[in-house]
Design a protein around this ligand. Structure first.
Ligand code: CTP
Ligand code: MG
Length: 250
């Protein structure tokens, strides 16, 4: 095949940073949350596989608990990933924000699109991952999967002591609110700039990009992309996996 017949535009390359360095305090005592088993397999392995399921993803950067990078590396070596997907493991930091920044610093130069995905959302379907990547490939600078809320939300004046009644300040119109999930997708340069310049404590990466004044868009999320936070979430995650096994059997 001659040189001239090659496509002139190279495909953008996509990597995923998976912050997995948290303790999982709200889940209760035990191993770091990302290493706890769901249906016999560590949550982190489910999360890595969920990202590697996308044909666009060629690198996964796992941000491990600060003292657990070696253990996480062996774990991923032991669990098969698709041929096309490489992985790198780096130690994380004290906050999620710091862990994501350490993951971004480990990213080789050739990746133009970066997703950030919580290890604590192990069951996100590949269609959601692809929808986020496609929106970035089509030109969005920052993309967030999100769902409408089931509950009405109140803004309150937080009580000084737990359990005290809290005055309600406002009730935002529920139809305009969304609960955001991950993976969140970004033009790499914009996310890196956000992590270099935004120092306030922001709980999601898209929020940091908003602080830069950049446009962030929402695509439909998925109920199976829920975050494993409290013990009841483990029950739900096991139930989702059991339902998948049942469906796969037919
Ligand atoms: N995370 C991280 N580094 C930290 C804190 C959190 O990489 N210092 C990651 C977690 O491992 C998780 C994701 O950020 O995959 C979302 O955080 P969260 O659900 O709050 O997990 P934890 O911080 O581990 O849980 P908790 O807040 O209950 O301790
Ligand atoms: Mg946390």
């Amino acid at each position: 095949m001659s040189e001239v017949s090659r496509p002139s535009i190279t495909e953008p390359r996509t990597a995923v940073v998976i912050p997995a360095a948290g303790r999982g305090v709200r889940l209760g005592p035990g191993a770091p949350k990302a290493l706890r088993a769901l249906s016999g397999t560590p949550m982190l392995v489910h999360a890595v596989r969920a990202m590697a399921a996308s044909r666009f993803v060629s690198l996964v950067v796992v941000v491990a608990p600060p003292d657990g990078a070696g253990e996480v590396k062996s774990l991923l070596d032991a669990h098969a990933l698709p041929e096309r997907t490489d992985f790198v493991v780096v130690p994380g930091g004290q906050t999620r924000q710091e862990s994501v920044r350490l993951g971004l610093e480990a990213l080789p130069p050739e990746y133009d699109i970066v997703l950030v995905h919580d290890a604590a959302r192990p069951l996100v379907p590949v269609d959601t991952v692809d929808a986020v990547i496609e929106a970035v490939r089509e030109g969005a600078v920052a993309v967030v999967p999100a769902l409408p809320l089931a509950d009405t939300v109140k803004e309150v004046e937080p009580a000084a002591e737990a359990g005290e009644p809290e005055p309600v300040l406002a009730t935002p119109e529920r139809a305009r609110l969304r609960a955001v999930q991950t993976p969140q997708g970004f033009e790499r340069a914009t996310l890196v700039r956000a992590h270099e310049t935004v120092t306030d404590d922001v709980t999601d990466d898209a929020g940091m990009v908003e602080r830069l004044g950049e446009r962030v868009v929402v695509v439909p999320g998925h109920e199976e992309a829920f975050k494993v936070t409290r013990p009841l979430d483990l029950v739900l995650a096991e139930a989702v996996l059991a339902r998948r096994r049942l469906n796969d059997g037919f």
